[in-house]
Design a protein around this ligand. Structure first.
Ligand code: PMM
Length: 284
């Protein structure tokens, strides 16, 4: 299992699946929007996540929920950079969740150790050159377009095969742009241009994504497909905040399947899940 997980140049190595805790400094993220919106509260939230077992804290200032419209760059910078700085000054390993090169650049200058771009470098033509020049590790998520329109792009013949092919093409592009392959992390992009059956099919076939040869980040936390699974056919899904036990279940399964990291809003249960998965792995 551990050989599957892999390592990311420029980041610490953990002997189990890592836990990335989420701090959304946004008024409108689908699952926790508005709760951590001012700098002090957001930094405190990040520190609480570390105390609960997060290895990395992912700071984002733009909601990517389906249908969301974009924030402008100055507002995103205003939201994100002070939080990055505050967490870095407390010794936290910070990842920045952004599609903008300028935000990534300033976050790296403020001490962020990982750039998490849900567009995999497609939204901003300056992103790949900026990440390459900084020598920063880079999350390449499977993405087919901005939130306004992504639901209409959830059309696949073979979702696993197409996601694998599209991620491979992104790898070629980012490597051609100067990012070292050893610094790339892949992410299947659950919920991004995907319906519940697509998300489930991808989770069932993490092995096919592993065949791409890079560490995997799985970000299932509170997503719509979990609401669908929990509600069953035809019923109303539970609200996002009632999907944390289901999220922890995905964390355990992903860790056992060799994921490098899981990205979650509620850290405590997932921190336990990845440790249990590690213990089982060690006993095999
Ligand atoms: N999902 C969201 C935001 N950032 N980053 C990665 N790498 N993968 C994801 O699936 C992902 C992400 C949307 O969820 P949120 O609004 O609850 O943070």
């Amino acid at each position: 299992m551990s050989t599957l997980r892999g390592t990311v140049q420029g980041l610490p190595e953990w002997d189990r699946c890592a836990v990335m805790g989420v701090v959304n400094v946004t008024p409108d993220s689908f699952s926790d929007g508005g709760r951590w919106f001012d700098t002090t509260t957001a930094v405190k939230r990040g520190l609480d996540l570390v105390a609960e077992g997060a290895d990395l804290v992912d700071v984002g200032g733009e909601s990517t929920r389906p249908g969301a419209s974009r924030v402008d760059e100055s507002e995103e910078l205003r939201r994100v950079i002070p939080v990055v700085r505050g967490l870095v000054s407390e010794g936290v390993a910070v990842s920045v969740d952004t599609m903008r090169a300028r935000v990534a650049e300033q976050a790296i200058a403020a001490g962020a150790v990982l750039v998490n771009d849900v567009s995999g470098g497609q939204a901003d033509p300056d992103m790949v050159p900026v990440v390459a020049a900084a020598g920063a590790p880079f999350v390449v998520m499977h993405w087919r377009g901005f939130s306004e329109s992504m639901n209409s792009r959830a059309v696949y013949g073979d979702v696993v095969g197409e996601v694998v092919d599209e991620l491979r093409a992104r790898m070629d592009a980012v490597v051609a742009g100067g990012i070292a392959p050893e610094r790339v992390v892949f992410d299947p992009g659950l919920g991004f241009a995907k319906d519940a059956p697509h998300d489930l099919a991808l989770l069932a076939r993490l092995d096919a994504l592993h065949a791409l040869g890079r560490p995997l980040l799985v970000a299932a936390s509170r997503k719509r497909f979990l609401g669908r699974v929990l509600a069953g056919e035809g019923a109303a899904p539970p609200p996002a905040r009632e999907r944390d036990a289901a999220t922890a279940a995905v964390s355990a399964l992903s860790a056992r399947a060799g994921a490098w990291a899981v990205r979650v809003h509620e850290v405590r249960a997932t921190a336990d899940a990845v440790r249990v998965a590690r213990a089982i792995e060690g006993a095999a």
